[in-house]
Structure formats: C-alpha cells, structure tokens
Design a protein. Structure first.
Length: 212
C-alpha cells in the first residue's frame, strides 16, 4: 500500500501535469469537435483505458525496457503519431457525414470502435511511458514493500485524474460544437478543424520529442 503522504504528493504532481493542456487534451478536443459529446467522452475513456497496460508494464519492469530502447521507443512513437494523423484524415474525409449525424441524431460509428480508437492512441503514447518510468518510482516507499503494487496504485490515481480532466475538456469542446451545430456547414468546418488538430498533433509527436 502506498503511504498516504506519498499518494498525496504524487496526486499534486500528476495534477500539475494533467491540468496543463498537452497532447491528451488536444486529442480530446479534436475528437469532441469531430464526433460530438458521446464520441468525445468515449474517446476519453478509451484513451484512459490505454494507460492501464502501460501502468502494468511499468510496474513490472517492461516499460523501462521500452523507454531505454531507442528502437522500441521510436516504433511506439511512430505508430501512435501515424494513427493520430489517420484519425484526423478520416474526420476530414467524413465531415459531411458528421453534419448529417448532427442533424438526425443517428450514431456515426459504434461505441466499441470509438473506444478502440481512443485506446490505441492512449497505449501508443510514448510520453506516457517515459513519464511513468521516470516519475512513479520516485513516490514508492521501498520500506513498505510490494513495489509493483504501489506503482499500480499510483498509476491508477493518474488514470482517475486524467479521466476526469479530459472528460471535462471533452464536454467543453462538445458544448462548443453543439452551439455552432445549428448549421450543417459549421458542423463540417468544426469536424474538419478537429481532424486538423489530430493531424497536427500527430505531426508534432512524430517529428519532436526525442527520447533523450
């Protein structure tokens, strides 16, 4: 069990990281603008669920191997960035479908697909792997034992905070979409804007943020 003082200190550190808009927030806003409230929230949930394998991998030492391997780290980064760009392109291509969906209320895609897309983005985020590898061990109390379990608990704190914060961003972005959504043309433009955000974010992750 993580000592309460360690858990509290980690919560403060995680809040500082999470509340500052970064790649996860940009992804959330892009998806909410492109897909609406339900699509945005499902993407947030999928993205957060993608943290769980990373947390487990870091807790049991696998994450450290990925973080220290230039080849593996680069593969994860490239796959995640290209997938983000693919989602952005798809949003732009199907922007007219989004306008139709907003008008008649019919779901554009399945719940599982939206969750899965968010999950892939979350689990292929190399910055998350690097963060957990570098930060989680600093808040573990070695004297308390059960180090992997302590790291899992800290990771779950981050999971809950990220879910709440990104969910709030999704609701704000979806609210803006609803407000502009009285015109099909504006919905198309917002959907394209969301797609552009995801393409831009994918490009940023692809060409910046080297391992060291």
């Amino acid at each position: 069990m993580v000592p309460l003082e360690n858990a509290f200190a980690f919560t403060l550190a995680a809040l500082v990281l999470i509340v500052i808009p970064g790649p996860s927030v940009l992804f959330t806003i892009g998806r909410a603008l492109a897909l609406g409230r339900i699509g945005g929230l499902l993407s947030v949930l999928g993205n957060a669920l993608g943290l769980l394998p990373i947390i487990a991998a870091v807790a049991f030492g696998i994450g450290g191997i990925v973080a220290e391997s230039v080849v593996l780290f680069t593969i994860v980064k490239v796959v995640g960035a290209l997938y983000l760009m693919y989602l952005g392109i798809q949003a732009i291509r199907h922007r007219r479908d989004a306008a139709t969906t907003a008008a008649d209320g019919a779901p554009a895609r399945s719940v599982w697909r939206q969750l899965g897309e968010g999950f892939i983005v979350g689990v292929t985020n190399p910055k998350t792997i690097a963060f957990f590898v570098a930060v989680l061990p600093q808040f573990v109390d070695l004297r308390a034992g059960a180090v992997p379990m302590q790291m899992m608990q800290l990771g779950l704190i981050f999971f809950v905070l990220a879910l709440l914060s990104d969910g709030a961003w999704a609701l704000v972005a979806a609210g803006a979409r609803s407000w502009f959504g009285r015109s099909p043309n504006r919905i198309q433009n917002l959907t394209a804007t969301g797609g552009g955000l995801m393409i831009g974010l994918g490009g940023i992750l692809l060409f910046t943020g080297n391992k060291h």
